[in-house]
Ligand binder design. Structure first.
Ligand code: NDP
Ligand code: GDR
Length: 323
C-alpha cells in the first residue's frame, strides 16, 4: 500500500485528491494546521473524513512539516496548502509570500532532509502567466505574475524545478488553470455566483455584486484535475505540465449559464461594484493541455455548463437545508 502525504487536505483540491487516492488504495495522511474551529466539511461532504489520517502541523512551521513527513513515511507528497485567494494577496502580501511561496521551500527541505526519493507535486498556477496573452498558454510560455499571490507561486515554481535539477528530486509543477466544484470556497467567483443564484432563486437575496465580469478564465472541474496531479507522480521522470480545458469564457458568460439554469436573467441581478476590482488584473487565461494529453494520457471530462449546473444544484440543496 502506498502512502500519500497531503498539505491543504481540508481545501477543495485536498478533499478531491484524498478521495481519488483512497479509491486507488492509498493510505492518505493530511497535515492540518491549528484553527479555532476544526472544519472538515469538504471531507465530510465526500464521506471520507474518517478514512484519512490527520497530523497536526503548519506549512509555516518547518519542524511540524518535517515531523509529519518523517512519521508518515510517504511515497508521495502533494503540496497543496497555500493562501490561495488572489484577491486577499494584496491585503496580506507578506503572509501570502510566506505560505504560498516559502511554504514550498519548506516542503522541499522537509523531503530533502527526510528522504529525497519521496516524490513531490507542487500546486503551481496559471496565474504565473499574468500579463502574457499568448493564444494558448503552454509549458513554454514565459511568466509575468500580476499579484503577490502569483509572484509567490513563481518562487515556488522555480524552487520545485531547482530542487529537481540540483538534488535529482522527483518534484513536479502542475500548472493548473482555474478549477471549480461544489467544494469551492465562497470567495471565488464561480461559487460566489452559484451560491448567489441559489439564494436569489429562493428569495433570500436580491442582487449579486461583482467586479470585472469581462475577465476570461479557462475553468475546469476539480474532480478531473486531481487525477492529473497523481499521473504526474507516476511517470518515469519528473516534469512540469499545464492542466486546462483549452477553452475560455468571461465571468459574464459564466453568470449567464448559472442564472439561465434557474430560469432567471442575470442582467436583472448582477450589479458591478468597484470594490471587487483588483489592483492589477489578469485579463485572459487560456491553457494548452496538449503535453498532458500526449504524455500523461489526461484529458478534461467536464464542460463548463455541466460544472456550473452541478454547482448551482449543490447550492440549491444547501440553501434548502440551511438558508
Ligand atoms: P483552498 O483555498 O481551497 O485550500 C487551501 C488549503 O491550504 C486549505 O486546506 C488550508 O487550510 C490550507 N492552508 C492554508 N494555509 C496553511 C498553513 N499555513 N498550513 C497548513 N495548511 C494551510 O485551495 P484549493 O484547494 O483551491 O487549491 C489548492 C492549491 O492549488 C493551492 O496551493 C492553490 O494556490 C493552488 N491552485 C488552485 C487552483 C484552483 O483553481 N483551485 C488553480 C491553480 C493552483 P485552512 O482552510 O485551515 O486554512
Ligand atoms: P482567480 O479566481 O483569481 O482566477 O484565482 P477568482 O475566482 O477569484 O477570480 C476569477 C476572475 O473573476 C473576476 N471577478 C471576481 N472574482 C472574485 N473572486 N469575486 C468577484 O466578485 C469578482 N468579479 C469579477 C476576478 O477579477 C478574476 O479575473 C483562482 C485561485 O484558485 C488561485 O488559487 C488559482 O491559482 C487560480 O485560480 C488559477
Amino acid at each position: 500500500m502506498k502512502t500519500a502525504f497531503l498539505t491543504g487536505i481540508t481545501g477543495q483540491d485536498g478533499a478531491y485528491l484524498a478521495k481519488f487516492l483512497l479509491e486507488k488504495g492509498y493510505r492518505v495522511v493530511g497535515l492540518v494546521p491549528r484553527r479555532s474551529t476544526l472544519d472538515r466539511w469538504r471531507l465530510e461532504y465526500l464521506n471520507i473524513a474518517d478514512e484519512v489520517e490527520y497530523m497536526d502541523g503548519d506549512i509555516l512551521d518547518l519542524s511540524s512539516l518535517t515531523r509529519g513527513i518523517k512519521k508518515s513515511k510517504p511515497d508521495e507528497v502533494y503540496h497543496l496548502a497555500a493562501q490561495s485567494f488572489v484577491g486577499s494577496s494584496w491585503e496580506q502580501p507578506i503572509l501570502t509570500a510566506q505560505s504560498t511561496g516559502m511554504g514550498v521551500l519548506y516542503a522541499l527541505e522537509a523531503i530533502r532532509e527526510t528522504d529525497p526519493n519521496i516524490k513531490m507535486y507542487q500546486a503551481s498556477s496559471s496565474e504565473l502567466y499574468g500579463l502574457i496573452q499568448e493564444s494558448r498558454q503552454s509549458e513554454e510560455t514565459p511568466f509575468y505574475p500580476r499579484s503577490p499571490y502569483a509572484v509567490s507561486k513563481l518562487f515556488g515554481y522555480w524552487m520545485t524545478k531547482n530542487y529537481r535539477e540540483s538534488f535529482q528530486m522527483y518534484s513536479c509543477n502542475g500548472i493548473l488553470f482555474n478549477h471549480e466544484s461544489p467544494l469551492r470556497g465562497l470567495e471565488f467567483v464561480t461559487r460566489k455566483v452559484t451560491h448567489a443564484v441559489a439564494r436569489i432563486a429562493t428569495n433570500l437575496q436580491k442582487e449579486l455584486r461583482l467586479g470585472n465580469i469581462q475577465a476570461k478564465r479557462d475553468w475546469g472541474f476539480a474532480g478531473d484535475y486531481v487525477e492529473a496531479m497523481w499521473l504526474m507522480l507516476q511517470q518515469s521522470k519528473p516534469d512540469d505540465f499545464v492542466i486546462a480545458t483549452g477553452k475560455t469564457s468571461t465571468v459574464e458568460e459564466m453568470c449567464k449559464i448559472a442564472f439561465d439554469y434557474v430560469g432567471l436573467n442575470y442582467q436583472d441581478y448582477v450589479v458591478i461594484d468597484p470594490e471587487f476590482y483588483r489592483p492589477a488584473e489578469v485579463d485572459i487565461l487560456l491553457g494548452n493541455p496538449e503535453k498532458a494529453k500526449q504524455e500523461l494520457g489526461w484529458t478534461p471530462k467536464t464542460k463548463l455548463e455541466q460544472l456550473i449546473h452541478m454547482m448551482v444544484e449543490a447550492d440549491l440543496q444547501r440553501v434548502a437545508k440551511t438558508p
